[in-house]
Design a protein around this ligand. Sequence first.
Ligand code: GTR
Length: 326
Amino acid sequence: MKIRKVALIALIIMAVTLPLSVFAQKPVVLRLAETHPQDYPTTRGDYEFARLVKERSNGRIVIEVYPGSQLGQEKAVIEQVQFGAIDITRVSVSPVAAFVPKLNAFQMPYLYRDADHMWKVLNGDIGKALLASLEPFGFIGLGWFEGGSRNFYNSKREIKTPADLKGLKIRVQESELMMGLVSAFGANPTPMAFGEVYSGLQTGVIDGAENNWPSYFSTSHYEVAKYFTLDEHTRVPEIIVGSKISLGRLSKADQELIRQAARDAVEFQKKEWAKYEQLSIDKVKAGGSQITYVADKAPWIALMAPLYAKQSKEVQDLVKQIQAVK
Ligand code: GTR
């Protein structure tokens, strides 16, 4: 009885005093969903972003990074960000464009002259305006990361010209534009979550897929699809997207702190990307992949004209603006 009384008193004291002290210092914890593993360059960029936010907020804001699709595959994650169940995610622009169609302008085939051109666009007025355009859809566009260029690979045969792609079942991200792109090359697009591609290739549900060097390597797709053609059909930026619902609860100053940290993590992420890209090239070559280089992209580019013509006026105008960036 006595012990119970003491315990009760202790509990009451805790209930009265604890919340005050805990609430006074309790950090705001934001969960960030990432599909790639811990050592992948986008994930490393996420950790750097989180580090900057924690440091600059003196520990008031903590971003917890969940790598390896722990919080789900990209499309589902984006939906959860939209209704505030996940606070932040780092994803490819492709699946986000299904929610914000304007973003398709950024992933049109053979659009950028090179990575520098893309970064000029992303860091300039167009990139800023497009990040802002996410808001009406429930997202806060925080920043861009490097995502290299995407290329076809498959388990069936060497692809030297677009004609060689004819009839192949090629996995694409859950993106209408990517389906149109693969169809325009004469192949059959199969939308599928990233995490299912390896078994899809292994069991023959799909013949191939398309991605950058780092993803081709880190997923081990190169082990089951050894024909890789460096056609560089797209250069799709990676994007960091926040939830308007959950970030909207923070002060304007804290929102800006987060945005600035995302921007300041980019240089680090780009360096990590360059290192990991080289490692991936070396590893897949050593692993026996057959790499085909495309000397003349003209026939590939020509096939994309109908896809450009099919885009909305909004996307076509943006494309012109992007092309005009010198
Ligand atoms: C990767 C990208 C991922 C994911 C994946 C895919 O290059 O970093 O976010 O979109 O491609 O093809 O699903």
